[in-house]
Ligand binder design. Structure first.
Ligand code: UDP
Ligand code: MG
Length: 316
């Protein structure tokens, strides 16, 4: 049978949710095995992203008690995206399909059944899409949906309202492994892989314990990361702005000459001050954006490893 499923779950300071998450996922896996949809050797893999609490100890003891649980320990905290990638790349050669999800089970685990059905139908990538955000706070809903819209207008095409809850086949993972970029934004890169894909809709629940590891600041940084690592639209926009300012300055030149020949030139301190500041601001802004890309080039040329695995607990 060729339906070995590996669930990949990045965990950062998740001691409050792990025992319950482990229990529910084990039940899910067991029922899928009983239905004959997945192989008996399927695994639940927790990736410890340099947690400061007892997360890794809990993962180790789960693995001790039950070989259905595997664990990957990263050498330090690298953030959700890198932890997820570390997990996917590590299990790639063991699994026929992987499903990535968050440790807090905000993503409805019952959607897994449907994802697997679509995989069995021949889909390589199945995106989990939130059908509504009723359970999110108003603030989270507005900022999160704003995030997807901003991303799309800035040229980073992503699946709307899809986070990192998705199924990927072995073939799709091998495709992903070909992307050597260091500034990795999975949601933008996965659609670039191609292959047959589909979506599954689900309701997003509340975090049942612990608190969000994605405050607004991190979310904004994530959006900037996503845009600058996927598209060069911001640079194009600056070029457009440059053309526009150039046009305005020509109009201003003509206007100043006209005023000059009419003998009305002394007034203008205000205009001068305003334009000096406006242009100064624009230049700084432009430099900032250009700098952002240069920073990216700098990091890419270093070709740093995206993660380092300290330990991989897994029993075949
Ligand atoms: N996470 C991680 N490393 C980090 C931050 C978060 O591995 O540096 C994991 C976290 O343990 C969880 C997932 O990423 O499994 C999503 O985080 P969270 O639920 O806090 O985000 P939210 O649902 O609030 O957007
Ligand atoms: Mg969450």
């Amino acid at each position: 049978m060729e339906n070995k499923l590996y669930l990949v779950i990045p965990c950062y300071n998740e001691e409050a949710v792990l025992p319950e998450t482990a229990k529910r996922l084990k039940e899910k896996i067991t029922s899928l095995i009983e239905k004959g949809k997945i192989d008996k050797a399927s695994r639940i893999v927790f990736v410890n992203d340099g947690s400061k609490d007892k997360t890794w100890e809990i993962i180790c003891s789960l693995h001790e008690q039950d070989k259905a649980f595997s664990g990957i320990n990263l050498s330090r905290n690298r953030g959700h995206q890198n932890a997820l990638l570390a997990g996917l790349m590590t299990v790639k050669d063991h699994a026929d399909m992987t499903i990535s999800m968050d440790a807090d089970l905000q993503d409805d685990i019952d959607a897994v059944d449907e994802m697997i059905d679509k995989y069995l139908d021949g889909k390589d990538i199945v995106y989990g899409v939130r059908s509504s955000r009723k359970k999110d706070t108003f603030f989270k809903k507005v900022t999160a949906e704003g995030f997807y819209k901003l991303m799309n207008t800035m040229g980073a095409n992503t699946v709307f309202n899809h986070a990192d809850y998705r199924l990927m086949s072995k073939r799709a993972l091998e495709g992903l492994a070909e992307f050597g970029e260091v500034n990795l934004f999975l949601r933008g890169v996965v659609p670039m892989i191609g292959y047959p894909w589909d979506v599954v809709y689900y309701e997003r629940g509340e975090r049942f314990a612990g608190e969000s590891k994605y405050p607004l600041g991190k979310m904004l940084a994530f959006a900037v990361e996503g845009i600058t690592s996927l598209s060069i639209k911001p640079i194009r926009m600056i070029t457009g702005l440059g053309f526009f300012i150039f046009f305005v300055s020509i109009v201003m030149l003509i206007y100043s000459f006209v005023r000059h020949f009419m003998g009305e030139t002394i007034v203008g301190w205000t205009t001068l001050m305003v334009s000096v500041w406006a242009i100064g601001g624009l230049i700084l802004l432009s430099l900032g954006v250009v700098g952002e890309y240069i920073g990216k080039i700098y990091l890419e040329t270093k070709a740093r490893p995206r993660f380092i695995i300290e330990q991989f607990l897994n029993e075949e």
